[in-house]
Design a protein around this ligand. Structure first.
Ligand code: NAD
Length: 470
């Protein structure tokens, strides 16, 4: 089948379902041949991936603009540039990461040379969503290349322009016998999931994650699940409220709030709510002096279904709209602040995944902590505070994949930190070395020399009293 793009500019031709097992079989065969094993070969593929970003930056940004209305600046910073830089860093770090590790053991075991080898898992499957379609397909891919794995990439059909471009570029830049793109939607993914893989790296929502995990369980396939959920913000009023509002609103307007780490709702001390709401308005006016719907600095909502879902959430809320809420025919949606939102409100049910930000007044930091702890563990917890006691309480008493004090999103720019969820927000980690580690396993190895025999005599039968006494 062909899948209509959400933009009028392209249709994405799906990979024929009966081709899919053949693709996997070819990759497995090529993995066994050892094509992906030499570090020099992996390094070349990584640099080719970086070159693919560099030489096609404009076309890639254009595809993201067609699919998501993404501003060029966001496309370069968050996706194209990030993959290019990180693929190069992987190429530089490969030797260090893949080096066998020797372990410290008691003297009598030293001659066995106990070593951990970073072994490649094999042929892996990467399934990605539409919201950051480039980095969420190619970040796992640079991990798989670094690890010496073969890989099939299944981009989201909802970002069809990007997916179609990726399918054209990958065979031009990367080894076709080891890296393949499968295009399609549910039927094609279902076919992929019937097959045995050596690892599945899935990014998306928790409902589909359960379908993926069930399919993986049939083959005991290890998984990475990068999921979403409601990432809360706590504001206790001790950090500059104007700056907090600017930093939170920036986190919310990126990709029109359609990002797994978007601040979902703000738990604010009751007496600070009005000041924070006014500060959001000031930040909004600064970002969009011409009004958000007239600005070229906003993304649109990805599909009619998501657009209607967001409008529905706003219609059903019992909170008061401070500003925003207007939409246009191009699925533009104004950043919208809603105050006095309380437990049970429509805006506190599911992940908002759009530019609506509810303010939930609380009476104390402790109440905010209890609110967070009574829900699924979030991907990120954002806390704006200058109070060391609050910071300590948050670190000790809450759980989340990432924890950020006094900013939003900036954790993603620290390449050396692992990114991932806990509980409902998923498991496994990514970025650079952490991406690579998904696709390797620690293979423990010893090599026992003949000369070690005297130290091993005791283990052989007959199990005499004399041996037992030793
Ligand atoms: P989506 O609808 O594009 O789906 C993701 C993938 O699942 C696609 O490739 C799609 O083809 C496949 N899929 C859809 N239905 C399927 C089915 N029935 N069986 C098998 N495969 C199927 O994206 P989405 O899930 O709406 O993505 C948004 C979610 O992803 C949000 O919850 C967001 O928070 C989360 N997310 C998490 C991260 C992270 O790194 N933790 C990053 C981005 C997005």
């Amino acid at each position: 089948p062909t899948y209509p793009s959400l933009s009028p500019h392209a249709t994405m031709k799906a990979t024929p379902v009966d081709e899919i097992p053949k693709i996997r079989a070819a990759l497995r065969e090529n993995f066994r041949k050892g094509i992906t094993r030499p570090l020099s070969w992996r390094r070349h593929q990584l640099l080719q991936l970086a070159r693919m970003m560099q030489e096609n930056a404009d076309a890639l940004a254009e595809s993201l603009a067609l699919d998501l209305g993404r501003p060029r600046m966001e496309a370069y910073f968050a996706e194209v540039g990030a993959v290019m830089d990180r693929a190069i860093i992987c190429a530089q770090k490969l030797e260090e990461w893949t080096k066998p590790e020797s372990v410290d053991v008691p003297d009598w075991q030293k001659s066995w040379s106990p070593t951990i080898h970073k072994a490649s898992k094999g042929t892996v499957l990467i399934i990605s969503p539409w919201n950051y379609p480039l980095i969420l397909t190619l970040q796992p891919l640079y991990g798989a290349i670094s690890a010496g794995c073969c890989a099939v990439i299944k981009p989201s059909e909802l970002a069809a322009n990007y997916a179609a471009l990726l399918a054209q570029l990958v065979p031009k830049y990367l080894d076709h016998s080891t890296y393949r793109v499968v295009l399609g939607a549910v039927p094609e993914t279902t076919k992929l999931l019937e097959l045995q893989w050596d690892h599945i790296f899935y990014t998306g929502n928790g409902r589909i994650a359960r379908i993926i995990a069930t399919a993986a369980a049939k083959h005991l396939t290890p998984l990475t699940l990068e999921l979403g959920g409601k990432s809360p913000v706590i504001v206790d009023g001790t950090f500059d409220i104007g700056l907090a509002a600017k930093r939170i609103l920036w986190g919310k307007i990126n990709n029109a709030g359609q990002i797994c780490v978007a601040p979902d709702h703000v738990l604010v001390l009751r007496e600070k709510q009005e000041e924070l709401a006014a500060a959001f308005k000031a930040a909004y006016d600064l970002f969009y002096p011409e009004g958000a719907l007239n600005s070229t600095s906003i993304s649109r909502i990805v599909s009619d279904a998501h657009f209607e879902r967001l409008k529905g959430l706003l219609e059903r809320t019992k909170g008061e709209i401070v500003f925003g809420g207007k939409t246009n025919v191009k699925r533009g949606f104004e950043p919208t602040i809603v105050k006095n939102v309380a437990e049970g409100d429509s805006l506190l049910e599911e992940e908002i995944f759009g530019p609506i930000l509810p303010l939930v007044p609380v009476d104390s930091v402790q109440e905010a902590i209890e609110f967070v702890n009574s829900r699924d563990h979030p991907l990120v917890l954002y806390v704006f505070t200058e109070d060391p006691k609050t910071k300590k309480a948050i670190i000790e008493e809450t759980m989340s994949g990432n924890l950020v004090f006094n900013d939003t999103f900036q954790q993603l720019s620290v390449n050396e930190l692992p990114f991932g969820g806990v509980g409902e927000s998923g498991y496994g980690r990514q970025v650079l070395k952490y991406s690579y580690e998904n696709f390797t396993y620690d293979r423990a190895c010893i090599d026992v020399p003949k000369s070690a025999e005297p130290t091993l005599e005791l283990r052989y039968p007959p199990y005499t009293e004399e041996k037992l006494a030793f």
